[in-house]
Design a protein around this ligand. Structure first.
Ligand code: AKB
Length: 345
């Protein structure tokens, strides 16, 4: 008999670390971790199995389902926004074709075991495209239906995969003579910039916040690539994990949509600098604007309206700006670098 499991792709990533540690502490989940690289040793004790491989490798995915009965998928594997701009065709393959592979796998699994497969998909504020700074300022807290005109390949990929997921959940093979639902219970969150105390992001454009504080904690100078006035929504990683788990556990009848905004606080890059200097007064932080990367951040909203998430599945952040820095980031990062000085990508 195949063991019922939860599959986590992109397991070595920032969200993957937080999610596996959360499930490991909570217990009750048989986790199978998949990533391009061997799973971080810190996470292995929480997992039933871990594989290193590519979500584009159909043979790998078929080997996976021959051994495990998948009842939930947290599909975290992706090329982030900056990296995707350097390799847009690869980004499309990984971010879109990879996601389609996992959606089809979820459908096959649901057909096999006769239960729905929950499919949690992290989307992003990168799906929004504000045309200029005046419109961005005036728009303030944008809703899910506003300004869906991304300027990056990553944003295009995430917006399209949201729609792919809705298709699987609501309209799958609608012309079949004997139409049967896909069995894929797709649910997605548009995350703001995420800041983790124990992992460093790789290839994102909102990474300046994480990079700034991690550099300061190591006594390294940091040149921020956006202007000090650049402003987008951010969230502490523990709240991102809380949101994913809350959405996954929400009764289907509570959901009025498949894609939700969440957020916590919207600091400017200069306000982040001020908080980092308060914690690390000897830090050297400068602003050296990279015009193209700054323009990507300028196209993202100042803030998002997360009313539907609050209404449908009782979302609310635990970590506002003060608590994020004072109780989560600064003490954890300081301890972290004193411990082994290494941070995982
Ligand atoms: C990125 O910067 O690409 C990501 C995101 C905002 O989704 N962190």
């Amino acid at each position: 008999m195949r063991k019922p499991v939860t599959l986590i792709t992109g397991a070595n990533g920032e969200i993957g670390h937080g999610l596996i540690e959360h499930f490991g502490r909570a217990g009750g989940h048989e986790l199978v971790a998949l990533d391009l690289k061997p799973l971080d040793e810190r996470l292995r004790s929480h997992c039933t199995a871990w594989l290193d491989g590519d979500i584009l490798d159909q043979n790998l995915l078929q080997r996976l389902v021959s051994e495990y009965e998948i009842h939930a998928i947290y599909h975290l594997a992706a090329l982030l926004s900056t990296r995707s701009e350097y390799t847009p065709d690869t980004a499309h393959r990984v971010n879109v074709e990879g996601t389609l592979n996992l959606l089809m796998l979820a459908h096959q699994q649901a057909s096999w075991h006769g239960h729905h497969v929950k499919f949690l998909f992290p989307s992003s504020v990168a799906v929004y495209g504000l045309p200029d700074l005046e419109t961005k300022r005036r728009a303030g807290r944008v809703r899910e239906i506003d300004y869906n005109e991304p300027t990056t390949m990553y944003g295009c990929n995430k917006l399209y995969c949201e729609q792919l997921g809705r298709y699987f959940a609501l309209h799958f093979r609608q012309l079949a003579v004997e139409r049967t639902p896909s069995g894929v219970d797709f649910r997605s969150i548009r995350f703001p910039g995420l800041i983790s105390a124990v992992t460093l992001p790789a290839g994102g454009t909102s990474d300046y916040a994480s990079e700034m504080i991690h550099a300061a904690a190591q006594g390294k100078p940091y040149a921020c690539f956006v202007r000090d006035s650049a402003r987008i929504p951010f969230m502490a990683m523990p709240d991102a994990i809380k949101a994913l788990v809350l959405l996954a556990d929400a009764p289907p009848e509570r959901l009025t949509r498949r894609v939700y905004n969440v957020t916590s606080f919207s600091p400017s890059a200069g306000e982040i600098r001020d908080r980092v200097l308060k914690a690390f007064p000897r830090a050297t932080i400068t602003f050296e604007t990279h015009a193209a990367r700054a323009a990507i951040v300028d196209s993202w909203p100042e803030d998002v309206d997360d009313t539907p998430a609050r209404r449908d599945w009782n979302w609310s952040p635990d970590f506002g700006a003060d608590r994020t820095f004072d109780e989560y980031l600064v003490p954890t990062i300081s301890k972290f670098y004193k411990a082994d000085g290494k941070c995982r990508k």
